[in-house]
Design a protein around this ligand. Structure first.
Ligand code: ATP
Length: 574
C-alpha cells in the first residue's frame, strides 16, 4: 500500500504540471471526452444487455415480431421501459468505439509534445545537462541516459498512464454496474430452508475471487520477470553501444573475442529470462483459458436453477450469464495486469527520478559571486575556493589577476584543478566560493578535445554560431590559415567529424573557430597538446596577428609554450 502511494505520488508529480499548464483547457477537455466516451460505452453495453434479454426470450418463444422490432427498432423491458434495439445503437456505439482511442491518442500526442518541450528546455537550461553528472553518482537509475528518458520514456509513460487509467475506470465501472445488475436480476434462492438473496451475485463473487486468487498465484511472478527482461535488454544494448563508442581501442587491442564473450553472456541473460516469461505465460494461458471455459458453464449452471424452477425467463438467464462474464473480466483485469503495471511502474520511477535530478541540478546555486566589470578591464579572482562535488577542497583561497590583452599561462601538476578553475570562470562549476570580477565581453573556452557537432564540416567550424551567421570567405580563410586547406572541398559534407579528423586536426579546427568567432578572451586548456611545437607556435602567433588585442589564458605542461606567454601563474594544491 505504501508502495502504491509512492507510485501515485510520482505519477502526480509528473502529471500535474501538464494539467495545470497553459494547455490545461485542451488537456482537461480531451480527458473528459475520453472519460465520457468510456462511461457511455459501458452504459450502452449495460442497456443493451436488457435489449438482449428481450430478444432471447422472443427467440425462445418464437416471437418473430418482437425479435425483429427489437433488432431494428426498440424493445420494451419487463418494467415497460423503452430500450433502443441493436441497430439503432450500433452506429453511435461504433463511432464512440473509434473516437475513444482517437481522443486518447490526441491527448497523448499533445501531452508528449508539451512534456518533451519542457524537459528538453529544462535539460538544456543553465547547463543542467552538464550539472546532472555533478549532482548524481551517474549510476542513479533514471539520471543515466537522458536521451532515452526524453525520447522513449516520456512517450511510454504518457501512453501507459492513459491506458492504465482508462482501463482502470472502465473496469471499475463495469464491475460495479454489472455486479449491481446481477444482484437485481438474480432473485433469492432457498437452500435447506435458508433464503439467499441475490444468490447469483454471491456465487459470481465467490467464483471471481477464487479465479482471481488462482490467477494471481500463477501470474504474479510474471511482473518480476518482465522487469528483469527490461534490465537484461538494457544491458545488452549498453554492451553494444560500448563497443561502438570504443571501436578504436578495442580494434587496437584486438579485443574482439573478449567483447564477443561479454555480448554473448549479455544475450544469454535475455534469452533465459524470455524463456522463463514464455513458460510462465503458457501456464497462465492454460489457467485463464480453462477458467474461461469453466466460467461460462458455471454461470449457466448456477443461473439455470431458477430458470428450471420457472422463476426466470430465458432472456434473463442469458443476461445474467453475460453480466457474470463482465464481472469476471473486470476482476480478471485487476489480477492479470501485473506485467503491464510493473512495466508502467518502472517507467514512472525512471522519469520521476530524471525530473527530480533535473530539478536538483537546476536549483543548485553556486556560492561564487560574479561581478561584471568593464569590457576592457582585467579579470580578478579573489579568495576563490574550489571544491570537488563531494565537498573536498581542490583549490584553497586562490587570488589572481588575469591581465586584459595579456598572455597568461596557468601551470600546476596534473589533477590540481586547472581545468576546473576554467570551469568556475566559465560559470559551469557550481562548487566554488569567493569572488570573480569578470569583464563583460565575449569569451571562448577551448578544451583539449574540441566538441564537434553532428552535421556538416561547415557547421563544425562555425559552432556555436549558426553557419548562416558566418561569412563564407572569412571561414575559408580561417580554415586555410590553421593548415586545414585540404578540408575546404569537404565543407558541406556530413560525416562523424569527431572520429574522422585526427586529434591534431581537431585542435587546428578549434583555432579556426576562434578566428571565425573573434572573442575578446580565449581560454585554451591544453588546446595544442596533439600538435608539434612548430604548429603550436604558428597557431598562437596566428591568434595574436588575426585577433589584435585578444586576451589569452592557457593551461599547458609544455616548456616551449610557457616561454611564449608574458605571465605565468602557478597553482598550489591545498
Ligand atoms: N566531474 C567531476 N566529478 C568529480 N571530480 C572531478 C570532476 N572533474 C574533475 N574532478 C576532480 O577534480 C580534480 C582536478 O581536476 P582537473 O581536471 O581540474 O585537474 P587539472 O589540473 O586540469 O589536471 P590535468 O593537468 O591532468 O588536466 C581531480 O582530482 C579530478 O578527479
Amino acid at each position: 500500500m505504501q508502495h502504491l502511494r509512492l507510485v501515485l505520488k510520482d505519477v502526480w508529480y509528473l502529471t500535474r504540471p501538464y494539467f495545470m499548464s497553459e494547455e490545461r483547457g485542451r488537456a482537461w477537455a480531451l480527458l473528459l471526452g475520453v472519460l465520457a466516451l468510456t462511461f457511455s460505452l459501458v452504459g450502452i453495453d449495460l442497456v443493451q444487455s436488457f435489449a438482449r434479454n428481450v430478444y432471447y426470450t422472443a427467440l425462445q418463444q418464437r416471437d418473430v415480431k418482437t425479435f425483429l422490432r427489437g433488432l431494428f427498432w426498440y424493445v420494451r423491458s419487463e418494467s415497460g421501459a423503452i430500450i433502443p434495439g441493436f441497430f439503432p445503437v450500433a452506429a453511435p456505439a461504433l463511432l464512440m468505439g473509434v473516437y475513444l482511442p482517437y481522443l486518447q491518442q490526441l491527448l497523448q500526442l499533445r501531452w508528449r509534445r508539451w512534456l518533451t518541450r519542457r524537459m528538453t528546455a529544462q535539460w538544456l537550461e543553465n547547463q543542467t545537462y552538464y550539472r546532472i553528472a555533478l549532482v548524481t553518482s551517474g549510476l542513479e537509475a533514471g539520471a543515466d541516459n537522458p536521451d532515452q528518458r526524453i525520447q522513449e520514456d516520456i512517450n511510454s509513460f504518457i501512453s501507459d498512464t492513459l491506458t492504465q487509467f482508462v482501463n482502470f475506470v472502465t473496469n471499475v465501472v463495469t464491475l460495479f454496474s454489472y455486479a449491481g445488475l446481477l444482484w437485481t436480476l438474480s432473485g433469492p434462492l432457498v437452500v435447506l430452508g435458508i433464503t439467499i438473496p441475490g444468490y447469483f451475485f454471491w456465487a459470481a463473487l465467490v467464483y471471481s475471487v477464487f479465479a482471481t486468487w488462482v490467477t494471481h498465484l500463477v501470474g504474479h511472478r510474471l511482473a518480476g520477470l518482465q522487469f528483469l527482461q527490461q534490465r537484461t535488454e538494457a544491458n545488452l544494448r549498453y554492451g553494444l553501444v560500448h563497443v561502438r563508442d570504443n571501436a578504436e581501442g578495442i580494434a587496437l587491442y584486438r579485443g574482439e573475442a573478449e567483447e564477443k564473450a561479454g555480448l554473448e553472456h549479455a544475450f544469454s541473460a535475455v534469452y533465459d529470462n524470455f524463456l522463463a516469461i514464455m513458460r510462465r505465460t503458457r501456464m497462465l494461458g492454460l489457467l485463464t483459458t480453462g477458467l474461461e471455459v469453466i466460467s461460462g458453464n458455471f454461470a449457466l449452471l448456477v443461473g439455470s436453477i431458477r430458470y428450471f424452477a420457472n422463476k426466470m425467463t430465458f432472456g434473463t438467464l442469458m443476461q445474467m450469464v453475460m453480466a457474470f462474464s463482465r464481472v469476471q473480466g473486470a476482476m480478471g483485469w485487476f489480477s492479470t495486469s501485473y506485467a503491464s503495471l510493473a512495466t508502467w511502474h518502472a517507467e514512472v520511477a525512471r522519469l520521476a527520478t530524471f525530473q527530480r535530478v533535473m530539478d536538483r541540478a537546476r536549483a543548485m546555486e553556486g556560492e561564487c559571486r560574479v561581478i561584471p566589470a568593464a569590457a576592457g578591464a582585467d579579470m580578478v579572482l579573489r579568495d576563490l575556493t574550489v571544491l570537488r562535488p563531494d565537498g573536498t577542497v581542490m583549490l584553497d583561497h586562490v587570488s589572481m589577476t588575469l591581465r586584459h590583452g595579456g598572455m597568461t599561462v596557468i601551470s600546476a601538476p596534473s589533477g590540481t584543478g586547472k581545468s576546473t578553475l576554467f570551469r568556475v570562470i566559465a560559470g559551469i562549476w557550481p562548487f566554488a566560493r569567493g569572488e570573480i570580477e569578470r569583464p563583460d565581453t565575449p569569451m571562448m573556452f577551448v578544451p583539449q578535445r574540441p566538441y564537434l557537432p553532428v552535421g556538416s564540416l561547415r557547421r563544425a567550424v562555425c559552432y556555436p554560431m549558426a553557419d548562416t551567421q558566418v561569412d563564407d570567405a572569412h571561414m575559408r580563410t580561417a580554415l586555410a590559415a590553421v593548415g586545414l586547406e585540404r578540408l575546404l572541398p569537404l565543407l558541406d559534407e556530413e560525416a562523424p567529424w569527431g572520429q574522422t579528423l585526427s586529434p591534431g586536426e581537431q585542435q587546428r579546427l578549434a583555432f579556426a573557430r576562434i578566428l571565425v568567432a573573434r572573442p575578446a578572451w580565449v581560454f585554451l586548456d591544453e588546446s595544442t597538446s596533439s600538435l608539434d611545437a612548430t604548429a603550436e607556435g604558428m597557431l598562437y602567433a596566428l591568434l595574436r596577428q588575426e585577433c589584435p588585442g585578444i586576451t589569452i589564458v592557457s593551461i599547458t605542461h609544455r616548456a616551449s609554450l610557457l616561454a611564449a606567454h608574458d605571465t605565468c601563474i602557478t597553482l598550489q594544491s591545498p
